[in-house]
Design a protein around this ligand. Structure first.
Ligand code: OAD
Length: 246
């Protein structure tokens, strides 16, 4: 492992502009389940079409609402891990470092990372199903059982996350693409690279001349784009890659 750690450190030592694309594996060591890990992954235990689509929500709002209330509890009880902290601390070291995350748990910001691009929204935010513009960021005010009505238009409220079949916020996606195509190094941490358009960002970075470094205990297709692939866990590897020289 130490040789690939050294290779990654050398690539970062020569970099001024860094982007960090993260997925559910980034928060696994904070106790938040991933989606596709066998047995433990959320999609191994629950039906994503029933719980993470507008159709599923309309079919059974209470079921979906309770499921997100449970996930909000998990997030509220979680803490950023050493990987989140290493990224936040490294932000001062580079001319520019930005986190592009698929995670909706807000743990990067809680670790101190500034200006995080939340590609799939944030589970602590609640919005109006009719998209009248109403949004709520105090989950403790939300009832557990059934989705409340929007105080502005009366439509049901729903979690402020991107569901399957939905578009990402175009401004957030455009900003993420800009970061990917202007960075010297893209660190890709804890993602299976199966969900687009986020999964296309490492390829865009590579085509724009950036070095891609993947961190994941399992191999996947994103490794084909990487100049350095590190088989390991985020909280263990990132302090060694981003931290001060030993
Ligand atoms: P996945 O669950 O698909 O992939 C998690 C990845 O993290 C896998 O490749 C694991 O091998 C890896 N992993 C597990 N533990 C790790 C650790 N401790 N350190 C580093 N890596 C680890 O999650 P995502 O790729 O994030 O979207 O999934 C993408 C999107 O699919 C999510 O944002 C969500 C989901 O459906 C929406 O809900 C829109």
């Amino acid at each position: 492992m130490s040789d690939v750690i050294e290779e990654a450190r050398a690539a970062l030592a020569a970099a001024r502009f860094v982007s960090v694309l993260t997925g559910a594996g980034m928060s696994a060591e904070s106790g938040i389940p991933t989606f596709r890990d066998a047995q433990t992954g959320l999609w191994a235990r629950y039906d994503p079409m029933q719980l993470a689509t507008e159709e599923g929500f309309r079919a059974d709002p209470a079921l979906v609402w309770r499921w997100y209330a449970w996930r909000r509890e998990l997030v509220a009880g979680a803490r950023p891990n050493a990987g989140h902290e290493a990224i936040a601390a490294a932000q001062m070291r580079f001319d520019h470092l930005r986190v592009l995350t698929q995670n909706v748990d807000g743990l990067h910001a809680r670790a101190g990372s500034a200006d995080v691009l939340e590609l799939h929204g944030n589970i602590l935010r609640t919005i109006c199903l009719a998209r009248c513009g109403y949004s709520e960021r105090r989950p403790e005010r939300l009832p557990a059982g059934v989705p409340p009505e929007c105080p502005r238009c009366g439509a049901p409220l729903r979690p402020g996350v991107v569901w399957f079949g939905e578009m990402l916020d175009p401004d957030v996606l455009a900003a993420a693409h800009r970061e990917a195509t202007t960075c010297d190094v893209m660190l890709v941490v804890g993602t299976s690279g199966l969900v687009h358009p986020a999964a296309a960002l490492p390829g865009a970075a590579r085509r724009a001349g950036a070095k891609v470094i993947t961190v994941n205990p399992e191999a996947n297709e994103l490794d084909a784009l990487a100049s350095v692939s590190i088989r390991g866990r985020a909280a263990e590897v990132l302090p060694r890659v981003l931290g001060p020289a030993a």
